[in-house]
Write a protein that binds this ligand. Structure first.
Ligand code: ADP
Ligand code: MG
Length: 238
């Protein structure tokens, strides 16, 4: 059974439909990248999986549970954004612990989970620092730490690297992939950067104008693009 099932999903804002019946199956442990030009509906689709936008047609399921009517906190997901606003007056450890505290997790359990996440992300030496005392890459790692400590079934990333410089972006791609290899958490990752998609994905979903143009492994799309749009998009330099 798929971990995330998106079945003929539609989204309209007022009377304007922007997602026109999208279906995607995401397997347990898969790293799926949604890619496409700005405005094609990537964030909207991701936000519907997260429960941050309502679904105006079709179904979103996580595991065997239809989640269309569940609030974000009731879904077993954690999201990492592009503007990963950390709490400036909380330490790294407090930033990572916050969501667990809200959920009244046992303090010893919180300490253990934060310690483990810090270990995985190389943040052990920085736990007592404040966000302003960290580099861009370290802040990004804290944002991922906040997601990891929740131990969700699904990670959702919306262009998490677009505020970083080119060198750090390449490094963080590798780190996110290593993290995925270690935790094997099902991941949906949004980017408009086809190179990022090609290097990170198990499976790529190419979108245009609120529709899916093609779904496939990176090499499959490269070797056998379904149409001129996919060929042009995947083939062009970023
Ligand atoms: P992407 O993330 O691929 O750049 P988005 O999902 O942000 O694209 O946007 C898809 C389309 O939906 C765009 O045409 C955008 O203008 C429109 N849109 C997104 N959010 C809203 C909103 N809250 N209200 C009205 N239109 C929106
Ligand atoms: Mg977007």
């Amino acid at each position: 059974m798929a971990k995330v099932t998106i079945r003929d999903v539609r989204k309209a804002f007022e009377a304007v439909e922007v997602i026109h019946g999208v279906s995607i199956d995401i397997a347990d442990g898969e790293f799926v990248v949604l890619v496409g030009p700005s405005g094609c509906g990537k964030s909207t689709l991701l936000r519907m999986i997260a429960g941050l936008e309502s679904v105006t047609g079709g179904q979103v399921a996580i595991g065997d549970k239809v989640v269309n009517n569940l609030a974000p906190a009731e879904r077993d997901i954690a999201m990492v954004f592009q503007n990963y606003a950390l709490y400036p007056h909380k330490t790294v450890a407090q930033n990572m612990a916050f969501a667990l505290k809200l959920r009244r997790t046992d303090p010893r359990e919180i300490e253990e989970r934060v310690g483990r996440a810090a270990d995985i992300l190389g943040l052990k030496p920085y736990l007592q620092r404040y966000p302003r005392q960290l580099s861009g890459g370290q802040r990004q790692r804290v944002a991922m730490g906040r997601a990891i400590v929740r131990n969700p079934q699904v990670f959702l990333f919306d262009e998490p690297l677009s505020n970083l410089d080119a060198k750090l972006r390449v490094q963080m791609r590798t780190e996110i992939k290593e993290l995925h290899q270690r935790l094997k958490t099902t991941t949906v990752y949004v980017t408009h950067d086809q190179v990022e998609a090609m290097t990170m994905a198990d499976k790529i979903v190419v979108m245009q104008d609120g529709r899916v143009e093609q779904v496939g492994a990176p090499l499959e799309l490269f070797d056998r693009p379904a149409n001129l749009f996919v060929a042009g998009f995947i083939g062009s330099p970023s």
